[in-house]
Design a protein around this ligand. Structure first.
Ligand code: PDD
Length: 285
């Protein structure tokens, strides 16, 4: 089935949708994006994703393509036109089309706005039962990873490298400490049950799922420490897991061929996945 997508004000079949060859997203990776998950046809933490979008736009001096309520209406119409029960909605915003120039185009250049859906199982994932195998990869990304830009070449290369090494995903490492996963936040649980996750800075994306999971962990009386952790600490942790809009919470059972804990998904990761899904369903719009 061909999807209906949204491009600059129009709802079109994906086969008819077009973007200029001069779009700065294409020429300079000059754009940002958001990914909102959908369960039961409803959007999870839409407000959180909009808040981060606004921050990404502001940090790059990118003009806003539309107000939040209009963006919400577009998300909802795509859910309904595509009969999306479970999956993801990608929203891409670029600085628009202009003659190729390293300098930003004149004020008033219209930003490009593209949204599309992807039907994908989120709730029932085999990896929630089996856990993920992770390979570590040097973090060679730029210094503003807190901005959700469309520059995804290095994360893509990191994931390919992990796959070639027989792993499911990559964790990025800088100066011996884990920054985050290729497209998710990385967390560990220590032997005495403390959830350790890297603190927020320019070094990592401020995950919307990370924030929700930390809130839920506090409600469950799971102690949380936001600090750097080394790859060695991760390898000898009791548990490890990732969070993102596309994976929710997924346990990690191996890092660089080294089993984590007893090599099976840990109880805290399992519990957090369960309550994250239950809570998200309750608050989805
Ligand atoms: N990735 N870190 C990075 C580098 C990411 O790309 C993502 C999200 C996250 C988690 O953020 P959130 O919980 O807000 O999804 C952390 C999305 C899902 C993607 O690119 O597909």
């Amino acid at each position: 089935m061909t999807r209906t997508v949204y491009v600059n004000g129009e709802y079109l079949s994906e086969t008819d949708a077009k973007i200029s060859i001069f779009d700065r997203g294409f020429l300079f990776a000059d754009g940002v994006y958001e990914v909102v998950s959908v369960l039961g046809g409803k959007l999870l933490d839409f407000a959180g994703h909009m808040k981060r979008l606004r921050r990404s736009l502001a940090e790059l001096e990118l003009p806003s393509p539309a107000e939040d309520d209009e963006l919400l209406a577009i998300h909802r119409r795509l859910v309904s036109e595509n009969g999306l029960d479970e999956g993801l909605i990608y929203m891409q915003v670029t600085r628009g089309a202009a003659d190729r120039d390293f300098l930003f185009p004149p004020k008033g250049t219209r930003p490009s706005l593209v949204l599309f859906t992807q039907a994908v199982a989120l709730r029932d994932k085999p990896s929630a039962e089996t856990g993920l195998r992770i390979a570590s990869v040097p973090d060679l990304r730029w210094g503003r990873r807190d901005i959700k830009t469309v520059q995804l070449l290095y994360p893509s290369m990191a994931k390919m490298d992990a796959k070639r090494r027989g792993a499911d995903d990559a964790w990025l490492v800088e100066d011996g400490v884990v920054t985050e996963g290729s497209s998710n936040n990385a967390h560990i649980v220590t032997a005495d049950g403390v959830l350790v996750t890297r603190d927020l800075s320019h070094s990592i994306l401020h995950g919307i799922t990370r924030a929700a999971v930390l809130r839920l962990a506090a409600e469950e009386n799971i102690p949380v420490e936001e600090r750097n952790f080394t790859l060695d600490e991760a390898k000898s942790a009791a548990e490890a897991f990732i969070t993102s809009a596309s994976s929710f919470v997924l346990p990690v059972v191996e890092i660089d061929l080294h089993p984590i804990g007893d090599g099976k998904p840990g109880p805290i990761a399992k519990r957090l996945r369960q309550i994250y899904i239950a809570e998200s369903e309750k608050t989805a719009i």
